[in-house]
Ligand binder design. Sequence first.
Ligand SMILES: *Cc1c(COP(=O)(O)O)cnc(C)c1O
Length: 402
Amino acid sequence: MAKLNENFGNLKKNYLFIEIAKRIKAYSEQNPDEAKKLIRMGIGDVTRPLAPVVVDAMVKAAKEMGEMETFRGYEDSGAGYDFLREAVSKYYKSFGADVPAEEIRISDGAKSDCGNIISIFGSGNTVLVTDPAYPVYVDSNIMNGNSVIFADSTEENGFNAMPDKNVKADLIYLCSPNNPTGSAYSKEQLKEWVDYALANDAVIIYDAAYEAFITEDNIPRSIYCIEGAKKCAIEICSLSKTASFTGTRCGYTVVPFDLVRKNSKGEDIKIADLWARRQGSCFNGVSYPVQRAAEAVFTEEGQKQCRENIAYYQENARIIMNALDEIGIKYTGGVNSPYVWLKCPNGMDSWAFFDMLLTKVQVVGTPGAGFGKNGDGWFRLTSFSTHEKTAEAMERVKSLLK
Ligand SMILES: *Cc1c(COP(=O)(O)O)cnc(C)c1O
């Protein structure tokens, strides 16, 4: 009889977005007229289309695939074409991180690599995740039979959980700028994590999916802007939020060659070799047209066009922040992130606040409680809507809470 992976039974029910949909449906059925005014400020997906140069590159590559002379089948290494790995390497250089192309592997997005990376680590690791967090870090560990401990991101630490010398973690998941809190680590804070990892022979798995939203100088765009990080950190990044690739699918993961840990025989093992083997065995690379499209993102014109979309979202974040400032509601995020994470007024819990916004002003956001225990009492609004809808939603929120 086929035995099942019963670790799946230990996963928490993924009920956040199901519960949101259920509450919207119930409200809409009882209040069909009001429901027409609904504005969704909870989406975690981009809305601006792909940049024109990206589309052109994808079309051109698709045509190459239709000609005998230029057709491409399997990619030799599956690590990504050199043209794209070189482009990513140059991009890293533009914000002061030294990442050679050979250390970069192209992926179909950050989520798969965030989930799969755990397979190169053994059992018995103490795995540390900041709370609240993007769910894949915890879920992938539970599926693999690992338990997880949490570092608290709270109002007191600005939702930037910091290392605790009394806790010995082996694997550490960090996401900066953070989803859901929008907070981001400064150079000094990230240095503390790097120093902690080096002192403990731990490995940091660093999710940089929102790096392109960073506006402040002291917030690093990559963990490799921090000295020592190449000896202790894997970085996972994505074009999803930076270049509207959520439906196109492309990302990249860096495992530095200096990242070496000992096996149980005391031999030095390059972690990049394990990841290369894992991907070589279980992944066959990203489609050629998508890699050409991704290459176009990193051209001068591609950066210019993608930055326009990001600026559009940043303007929405400003509209949200200005409204919250006016009514005196506390928040993090928005400045280096498409997310604004606000404190529910009058000590309300996240779901009560969700219901209030839904039923009183027909604005939908995401209850913070869905991302971990420290999310309760907090609420996420996203800047991925239009200017018009964002402004209208915030006018309604202001009129309700003033
Ligand atoms: C959206 C997001 C990603 C990107 O995932 P893709 O699979 O590349 O679309 C990664 N990490 C976080 C925290 C995200 O919010």
